[in-house]
Every structure is written in structure tokens, then in C-alpha cells.
Write a protein that binds this ligand. Sequence first.
Ligand code: H15
Length: 253
Amino acid sequence: TINEATFAATSNGENISVKGKHRLANDVERVVQEHLTYVREEMCDGWDLIHEEGKMKVYRREVEENGIVVDPLKIFHSIQGVTGHEICHYFWEYQYRMEWETTLDSTKIIEALDQDTVIFFQMHKRVWPTAQRDSCFWSHIRCISNSEEDQPTWLVVNYTTPHPLAPIKPPQVRLIANVAMICETIINEPPLNPKDIKRENIQCKLAYVAFVNPGGWVPSAAVRNVAKREYPRFLRRFTSYVIEQTRDKPILF
Ligand code: H15
């Protein structure tokens, strides 16, 4: 039956894949659903608007765990002329990463779990006088249809996972992250024939959500200053990159 376990668990709690699903498929499913729920929650108590620029709004909630800053962050933005599929495509695909990322020394794919899920190992630029950070995470892209009429929601989730090909080598410190890019496409004044939709008629409503734990103590003020500066910089640069890349291409719905 459909409810039959798709996974077997080994005695030490690891997942192994059964029936053609990969070993992390359960985790991917759970985290995707959590993001879809979380992104719809109201921004109220405790959320500070820390940056506003055009249609971009950056919110943060100040949270510390054992003295380490782990502030949840949410950015909302609206970008003219691109679709959610395009935004997610350029965010997920390995081949474009170093063209828009300015916070990395390197990136590589160490495993492909399925067509839509890969495991990345990335070396981050050293931003302050502490150990360099690396990251190892599964990255999943998905299209969710809501109804016949509406454009689908596209999303990418990046979620930290251990991997035998990426052991932590001190003094290197590993970032722990749970990040999602969630996009909806709006079509303004839709023409009768869908083939006549032009880039000037479309708009992408984007939400970027990040839970990042620096993986070791960093002075709180330093993390918060860097975050406040770097997240808007990233989204500005990344969205201009997508606009630039797609300008003369057919619209990817
Ligand atoms: O989301 C972004 N980049 C992707 C693709 O490279 C990776 C990201 C990720 C980050 C860390 C671990 C795993 C995955 O999802 C854009 C990221 C922009 C980052 C802006 C820098 C913010 C600095 C926040 C301080 C964290 C503490 C560092 C010591």
C-alpha cells in the first residue's frame, strides 16, 4: 500500500533507500512542508524590519542559542519581468552559482540524490578574524501546483547534512543552515492568449527564509552587522543577475 514504509531504518537510525527513493527523501519532504507552512505565518511579535529597499523588505528576529546568534531572517521581494521558476532555476543550478555568489571561495556537488536534489560542499569566504566556515547541504528544487488557474509555486531548500565525502576538518567550522527560496509568479493584465504574455506582464513574488547557525561562537554584534549588510547585497545582486540572464530569453513558466 501507499502507506507502507518507503524507508528502512538501520539500527543506528540512518535511513537507507528502498523502492527507488533516495535516503534523504523523508527529510526533504518534512523540511519542504515546514517551509511552506512557515512562510505563510504572519510577521508579528519579535520581527524587526531591519532593511527596506524598493520592494525588498528584510526582517529579522533576534535569537541566541548558548550565546551564539542564530537570528531567523525573512526577506520579501517582488521582481519585475521574471518568473518564480526562473528565480529558482538560477538559485539552484550549480553552473551559475559563482557568477552571483560573492560570499564563497568554492562550491561543488558531491552527490546527486535524484534529478531535483543534490548535495553541495561549499567553502565560504572568511569574513572576520575567526575560523573559516564550510557547509555541506542537500539542495532541492520543487514545483508545486496550487490550482489549474494559478501559476505554480517554485521553491528551493538548502539544508545542512553530514556526508562521508565532507568530513569536518578543524580548525574549519561548519555552518548549519536551513534556507528556503519560495516564489510565486503573478501575471498582470493577462492577455487572452497565454502565448502573448510578455516579460512586462510578469512579476515574481519572492520570500527568502534563512536559519543559519555560525557553528561556533562569533561576537554577536559582528554577525548581526554582517548579516544586515550581506543578505540585502546578496538578493540585490542575485535578482539583477537573473533579470540580466533572462532578458532576451523566452519566458520559463
Ligand atoms: O543562500 C545563499 N546562498 C546559497 C548558495 O550558495 C547557500 C546558502 C547556505 C549558506 C550557509 C550554509 C548552507 C547554505 O543557502 C545566499 C547566502 C547569502 C549569505 C549572506 C551572508 C550572511 C552572513 C550571516 C552570518 C552567518 C555566520 C557566519 C559565520
